[in-house]
Each structure stands twice: as C-alpha cells, then as structure tokens.
Design a binder for this molecule. Structure first.
Ligand code: NAI
Length: 342
C-alpha cells in the first residue's frame, strides 16, 4: 500500500460536485492513496464563507501543496475576481500543463498526442491596462502592458524541457512572435534557445515557430508537433485550440504547477446549463486525477486510469451526451469502475 498523500479537494460550482463525486469514486476504486481535505471556493465559498477563496482553503493548499479542483464560477464584468487567477498568483503556479490526446478514434483528427506548456503568471495577462481620455471620449485610447522576465521565462522553459525529457518526448517547439514583439516575446525565445544549448541539446529536437504560423500548422497537420511551449496569451489560445483537436474542453485536463503547489483541474467551466441534471462528462476531471497521480510518482495507476477510460468509451461504448452517447454521469462512472476492477 503506497504512503497516504494529503491533498486539498475543492468540488467547485455547477457540475463540480457531480464530476468530483465520480472522480473520487474512480480514484478510490484504483486504490489511489490520497487523503482528501475538503475545502470550498468560488460561488460556494461566497455563499458559505463570504469569500470566493476563503483563508482556510488557502491554508489547506499551502499545507498539502497539492489540490484537485472542480470548476469555479466567476461572474463576468463586475462581482469578484476569479479564484482561479488568485490561486495562480497566491501559489506562484507559473506553469500550465495542458495535454491533449485523442480518446475516441475516428474523429476529424485522429491519434493526437500533444502537450501545451503555457506560462501562467506573466506576459499580457498581468492586468496592467488602462484607458486614456482624449477630448470627450473617456475610452479614446486603450493600453495594456505586457511583462516577461528572464527569470520567469527560464523557470517555465526549464519546466517544459524537463517535462519533455521525463516523458520521453521527441520534439519541443518554442512558440513566439519575436518578429513583431521583439522584446516582449524575444526574451522568451532567446532564453529558450540559450537554455537548450547549455543544458538540453541532444535530448530532444528544438524548433521555433511564430504563433500565427503555428495556429495554421496545428490545423493542417497537428502531428508535426509534440510539446509546445509558449507565453501566457499565446498559450491560453493554443491550449484551447489543441483541446478542440481532441473533442473539446470536456476531454481535457490541466495542471497548474508552481514553486509552492500543484493544482489539477478540468479545463472546462461549471456548465450551469446542465448542473444538477446528472449528465455531465467527468472525463476531464478524471484525467486531471491521472495527471495528479503522475505528479505523485504513481504512473502505473495513472496509466491504468487512462486505459480504463479509453476502454469504457470505445470497447463498452459507454458515453455521456456531449460525446453523442446516452449515459448519465453515474452510469459512465459505474462502467469505468467495472473496467478498473477487471
Ligand atoms: P463551460 O465550460 O462551463 O460550459 C461551456 C459549454 O460546455 C456548456 O454548454 C456546458 O454544458 C458544456 N460543458 C462543459 N463541461 C462539460 C462537461 N464536463 N460535460 C458536458 N458538457 C460540458 O463554460 P462557460 O459556460 O463559459 O462558463 C461557466 C462558468 O464556469 C463561468 O462562471 C466561468 O467563469 C467558469 N469557468 C471556470 C473555469 C475553471 O474553474 N477552471 C474554466 C472556465 C470557466
């Protein structure tokens, strides 16, 4: 029996509790050694504790350095600041790891197996934005400042390169726009090329690609890529693009990894339109659980979970509505647990 691993658990809003219940049952069936410390955030945090990210939740993650998180609702426009962004900042979760792998063959793009590593804290997402009034138009001019640092770029690139080596990846592409944003994305490109020369040369193939060309190439021939590493805004867009190649956000997990903690999640939102109906697809959160197992050096358990999900989808043909099936969350979960038990 592996050692118990304490981890914070946030079920989340909307479909969060439904897909989390499914995920916990499956992780239990696998014998995953997590010792869950249940906490709240998002809308539930506001309702129960008057804060979308209560201090107790932050303390729990600080203690455990590991969390599994359901989707958290953020009101658009006004309201409170995104708890997801606050978590990233609080725990310096500088790397966003987004693997995308085909689970159901025969779709528009078959055999996809890509990883996007996105810088999560810098770039154009630091939130330094302003309007400048000219004459009587208060919004005559809009301005945003992007900041990329050598140190921030290096730690992210180091993470991406080390991940590529550890997972036996053959190729890494640095995605940039250094032809136009010569300083802002040039620093990222320059740091990556330098790090490769000094430390990683020969361990994988490194290429560089401009973001616009990369978007086109990903649609024309995604198989030419392996790992893509890039700055915040480009990474945000590319990781959703590659999620689309494998059937959408319902199938893609994400890991937010940093110096002080690692938080795993489904990349989709709280899906308020289907919440409480028992029809949500739990696969993205299940795959986040698999990433968490890998992170905790339990790769055999992670592999067993991924294989069992594929078998449930393709051999047993049990699928939720978003995948064209008719099964409810609970039926899919039961079938998956049966597969794990075989
Ligand atoms: P969403 O991802 O919640 O939903 C988009 C569409 O996909 C909906 O039609 C929904 O029913 C469907 N969908 C999503 N996940 C599904 C699943 N597991 N199974 C079946 N269908 C699924 O995006 P939306 O509506 O833009 O956002 C809703 C809320 O979620 C917002 O408050 C937003 O801020 C929050 N959100 C939270 C995220 C997080 O915590 N990581 C990420 C994205 C959004």
């Amino acid at each position: 029996m592996p050692q118990r691993i304490p981890a914070t658990l946030i079920a989340g809003d909307g479909i969060g509790p439904e897909i989390m219940e499914a995920t916990l049952a499956v992780l239990d069936a696998l014998g995953a050694p997590f010792e869950w410390d249940r906490q709240i955030a998002g809308l539930e945090g506001v309702r129960a504790a008057g804060d979308p990210l209560p201090a107790k939740t932050i303390e729990s993650i600080r203690r455990n350095r590991l969390a599994l998180k359901g989707p958290l609702e953020t009101p658009s426009g006004g309201g409170y600041r995104s708890s997801n962004v606050r978590l990233r900042e609080e725990f310096k979760l500088y790397a966003n790891l987004r693997p995308a792998r085909t689970l159901i063959p025969g779709g528009r793009f078959d055999n996809i197996d890509l990883v996007v590593v996105r810088e999560n804290l810098e770039g154009l997402y630091i939130g330094h934005e302003m309007y400048i009034q000219i004459d009587d138009d208060p919004h005559a001019l809009a301005m945003a400042t992007g900041v990329n640092t050598r140190q921030g770029s290096r730690r992210l690139l180091e993470f991406a390169f080390a991940h590529a080596v550890a997972t036996g990846r053959k190729k890494v592409a640095i995605v940039h726009k250094a032809n136009i944003m010569k300083a802002l994305t040039g620093i990222f490109l320059e740091t990556g090329l330098d790090l490769y020369e000094r430390k990683y040369k020969g361990q994988f193939l490194l290429e560089t690609v401009i973001i616009d060309a990369c978007a086109m190439k990903l649609v024309l021939n995604p198989w030419q890529f392996d790992v893509l590493v890039t700055t915040n805004l480009f990474g945000d867009i590319l990781s959703d693009l590659v999620a689309g190649l494998v059937g959408g956000l319902g199938m893609t997990p994400g890991g937010n990894i940093g110096a002080d903690a690692a938080i795993f999640e489904a990349v989709h939102g709280s899906a308020p339109d289907i919440a409480g109906k028992g029809v949500a697809n739990p696969i993205a959160l299940l795959l986040a659980g698999a990433m968490m197992l890998d992170h905790c050096h339990l790769p055999h358990m992670a592999a067993r979970l991924r294989t069992s999900i594929e078998q449930t989808l393709n051999l047993d043909q049990v699928r939720t509505g978003d995948l064209g099936g008719r099964s409810k969350t609970a039926e899919f979960t039961r079938a998956l647990i049966e597969r794990i038990g075989r």
